[in-house]
Design a protein around this ligand. Structure first.
Ligand SMILES: Cc1ncc(COP(=O)(O)O)c(C=O)c1O
Length: 433
């Protein structure tokens, strides 16, 4: 057989290449001794070993339930788990299922919330369709949208999350360009955004639903509310979800995960949407995997049912609070005397977003990143990855891409690692001041 036959990949293949997440993972492996403030892993020490073992023992103490878990499940997810998820949501929302307008049929269980994001992208976006996102936002979802050929348009963000005046102005501009019918979704990580740590204020949560409805005259503009960090709240107010301002569930699609609050190894997430959207997601999922890992779902169902979950989350919150304070204190110690350097104080989640003077770029190819990784042995996520690049515009027109930020996580390192990582990073930054 000849080796000269050219491989012709699909168009979609060409939209997903050189993913930053793969580069970051590779850098971590290829540079041993580097302290990573980049890796999005959760705290290793507090992973719930005993609780998960108890759940396994419980499940396997009865051969009937054990066999159910060892068998294939259903595309939408185990009914027992979906019922427990409904109670979980009513507890978090402090509202009844009726008030929320949700039944088990509105819930689809997925392999992490990442799969929900991806499935939803697949069923909503044709190439050229538009998603509006915060600047900055969760960069892996930007990759998903890019992989679908979607146009991603950034909306200005401040310390209260996405700015509603900028959102309206963007929709107005798109209407004047005849592009409004292409707008499918507004994506919001409303609690403790990855990467900025910022939460959307309560006023804006209500407003965004009104705005999405107002501009949905021709076709529905959905809000995708990604609540991945919802339960990791340390101080500051707990604000109702955007979904709670949309009792019919026609506008807001919500997704959550147990990766951050329990274990990413189980990789269980879920989404809540109208029946119409759920059906589309189930159909796509049916083609992809016809159901997420049944064993993980059954384990998580036991964890929720046997009261192994909520105490663990309370414990985790104390662990992460200490780590967050450690990072903020270290930043204060090592960066406070550097002019033009500032950072966000997050009330939850796993990230501290640090801003450097505009003259200091932080990207993979920047002198700062190179020095940090090769000389000072510390790694961060370059902030520019978290800004959408609108394929509809040329390079020089990209309005909101900023190159002088770093996402630092206090999730995976222990206290010494956080302190030492920040110290090393300050050495790198200082040399460019
Ligand atoms: C904002 C956000 N959404 C979704 C996810 C996906 O997490 P998982 O698929 O483990 O549920 C992550 C993971 O880091 C995230 O930061």
């Amino acid at each position: 057989m000849s080796n000269n036959n050219k491989v012709v990949f699909s168009k979609k293949r060409t939209w997903s290449h050189d993913l930053p997440i793969s580069f970051l993972m590779q850098q971590g492996v290829e540079n041993p001794g580097v302290l990573s403030l980049a890796a999005g892993l959760v705290d290793q020490n507090s992973l719930p070993v005993a609780r998960t073992k108890e759940a396994f023992d419980h499940l396997f103490s009865d051969s009937k339930t054990a066999k159910e878990a060892l068998q294939y499940g259903t595309t939408a997810g185990a009914l027992s788990l979906r019922s427990l998820l409904l109670s979980h949501l009513t507890r978090l929302e402090q509202k009844s299922a009726d008030e929320l307008g949700i039944t088990v049929d509105n819930i689809v269980v997925t392999t992490g919330s990442q799969q929900y994001l991806s499935l939803l992208g697949e069923v909503l976006f044709d190439p050229g369709d538009i998603c509006l996102v915060a600047a900055p936002t969760y960069f892996v979802f930007l990759g998903v949208l890019q992989g679908l050929g979607a146009r991603i348009i950034s909306v200005e963000t401040d310390e209260s999350g996405m700015r509603m005046d900028s959102l309206e102005a963007t929709l107005d501009m798109l209407e004047s360009q005849g592009q409004l019918p292409r707008v499918k979704m507004i994506y919001l990580v409303s609690d403790y955004e990855n990467p900025s740590g910022v939460s959307l204020s309560q006023d804006r949560r209500k407003q965004v639903v009104e705005i999405a409805r107002k501009w949905s005259e021709q076709q529905r503009i959905f809000i995708l509310e990604d609540l991945a960090y919802r339960e990791l709240c340390y101080d500051g107010p707990v604000v109702p979800s955007i979904r709670s301002f949309d009792p019919t569930g026609e506008t807001v699609i919500l997704t959550q995960t147990f990766s951050k609050s329990f274990s990413p190894g189980l990789r269980v997430g879920f989404g809540v949407a109208s029946e119409e959207v759920c059906a589309a997601i189930r159909d796509k999922k049916g083609n992809d995997d016809f159901g997420s890992t049944n064993m993980s779902q059954h384990i998580l169902a036991v964890v929720l049912r046997e009261n192994l979950y909520y105490d663990h989350v309370e414990h985790l919150k104390t662990v992460y609070l200490e780590k967050r304070d450690c990072m903020l204190q270290a930043a204060e110690t090592h960066f406070s005397n550097m002019p033009g350097v500032h950072w966000v104080h997050p009330h939850g989640g796993l990230y501290v977003w640090m801003t450097l003077p505009e003259s200091i770029e932080t990207g993979f190819k920047s002198p700062l990143f190179q020095k940090a990784i090769h000389e000072d042995k510390v790694m961060y996520v370059p902030g520019e990855l978290c800004y959408a690049v609108d394929q509809g515009l040329s390079g020089s027109e990209q309005p909101l891409v900023q190159k002088n930020h770093m996402r630092l996580t206090f999730g995976v390192q222990n206290l010494e690692g956080i302190e030492e990582g920040i110290r090393r990073l300050s050495t790198s930054v200082k040399s460019f001041m």
